[in-house]
Design a protein. Structure first.
Length: 430
């Protein structure tokens, strides 16, 4: 008779209930593939009486999740609460200390405490699995840790947030403004009621920290990442970008430069014939650049109950097969800190949209500021709005440093002809 593996699921919203249904439906198939029978013995939820599409036997409900790690015949705890603090943090730390395997979809927790949790898992000889924390339907974490083990990775980049990708691609295709598309995304279930961590880039930054750590065999960086969201991206910018042969995407980019780590999350103009420019809707895509493999591209659904449950069950099967693995691919002993590359030395070309008063001498005043800050102009388009006595100046620059761009923006904002803070978007060569 196959061995029974007892599981507790903590957090029973959309993801938890979908995971439960999928696991129950595929129980026999999983048993054949792992030689063990998965048994969800306990379920914890904030609200047990909430109306759900599935009926859960009363015997499975468990009130206090923090008592679960102390139960002897429990093997695996699946944490689906979310957040880097509170019950989620206490539960995962306690579970590993009490020699329970942990599976989590919690990117915020892993980005903040992943190093400590990995050490705990290793010292207690249990697994800590978190495939569902980054790009749900793409097996990116396991691919880097196992399938690309022979490669020296020097850059990893891509679209790590489906909500923002949906908003940007919908704005372009529908010509609707940001707020209208955001409401549409909420109605379709692609955006949370409070989508701030998606829109401001923090969600992508947590995922990037995790991927950087695995890709470069380093501890999770505590460096301040360059993070800019999409809240200030205007339909005007999307349409201008299109005319210039670009698309705007929120990219997460991590690379090693001069043996130092540079991590950044921000909107980018990318050539509209590049691979990532054509990843639309809620899809995620990740490019890994390494030796000897070259560039590898991973694409798939990034969020939602289906893709997340797929990742959770993949982790579950890995644990049930019985191999204890290093959570970050190598032992914590060998994972060292990495120095931070000074972001002010990062260089790229850029797009600027400057709203100005439509008066004689304005253009020469603006171009003088560029010249003073040692930034040369590649393209310039002026769009007058005679009715409102203003104009938009669109500028594409040659390559320059982040430091010079910061000075430029500061000086432009102070200029008496400039009506509001200019829109500044970096151009990324793919």
């Amino acid at each position: 008779m196959a061995e029974m593996i007892n599981i507790a699921v903590v957090g029973f919203g959309n993801i938890g209930s979908y995971f439960y249904k999928t696991l129950e439906k595929n129980k026999n198939n999983i048993s054949v593939k792992t030689g063990k029978i998965p048994n969800i013995k306990y379920i914890c939820a904030k609200n047990i009486n909430k109306k759900r599409s599935i009926k859960i036997p009363k015997s499975k409900w468990f009130k206090n999740p923090l008592k679960l790690p102390l139960i002897d015949d429990l093997d695996i705890i699946v944490e689906l609460i979310g957040g880097s603090e509170g019950v989620a943090k206490k539960l995962v730390f306690s579970a590993l200390k009490n020699k329970k395997h942990v599976i989590t979809a919690n990117k915020a927790l892993m980005a903040k405490y992943g190093d400590q949790l990995a050490e705990l898992a290793e010292s207690n000889e249990v697994n800590l699995e978190y495939e569902a924390s980054v790009a749900g339907g793409i097996p990116i974490i396991r691919s880097i840790k196992e399938n690309l083990i022979a490669n020296k990775i020097n850059k990893i980049y891509g679209i790590l947030n489906g909500t923002t990708n949906f908003i940007l691609s919908s704005m372009e295709s529908s010509k609707k403004k940001f707020s209208d598309v955001l409401n549409e995304a909420k109605n379709l279930g692609f955006a949370e009621t409070n989508p701030s961590s998606d829109l401001d880039g923090n969600d992508s930054a947590s995922k990037l920290r995790i991927l950087s750590s695995i890709a470069f065999n380093k501890t999770i960086s505590k460096n301040k990442i360059l993070i800019e969201g999409i809240q200030n991206i205007n339909l005007t910018d999307i349409l201008h970008a299109k005319k210039l042969g670009f698309k705007i995407k929120l990219l997460s980019i991590s690379e090693i430069k001069e043996n130092k780590l540079i991590e950044r999350v921000h909107p980018c103009l990318i050539q509209n014939n590049s691979y990532l420019a054509n990843i639309d809707g809620v899809l995620n895509a990740i490019v890994i650049d390494g030796k000897p493999i070259g560039k590898s591209i991973f694409q798939g659904e990034g969020a939602g109950p289906g893709p997340t449950s797929s990742a959770l069950i993949s982790d579950l099967c890995s644990v049930m097969r019985g191999n204890i693995k290093f959570p970050f691919g190598i032992s914590s002993i060998f994972r060292k800190k990495i120095a931070k590359f000074n972001i002010l030395n990062h260089s790229c070309s850029s797009y600027l949209r400057i709203e100005v008063k439509d008066l004689p001498g304005v253009l020469s005043s603006i171009t003088k500021i560029f010249s003073k800050n040692k930034i040369s102009i590649k393209n310039l388009i002026q769009n007058p709005d005679k009715k409102n006595k203003k104009a938009s100046i669109i500028i594409i620059t040659h390559t320059n440093s982040e430091k010079n761009y910061n000075n430029l923006l500061f000086n432009l904002t102070k200029n008496k002809f400039v009506l509001k803070k200019p829109t500044f978007i970096r151009i990324e060569k793919m």
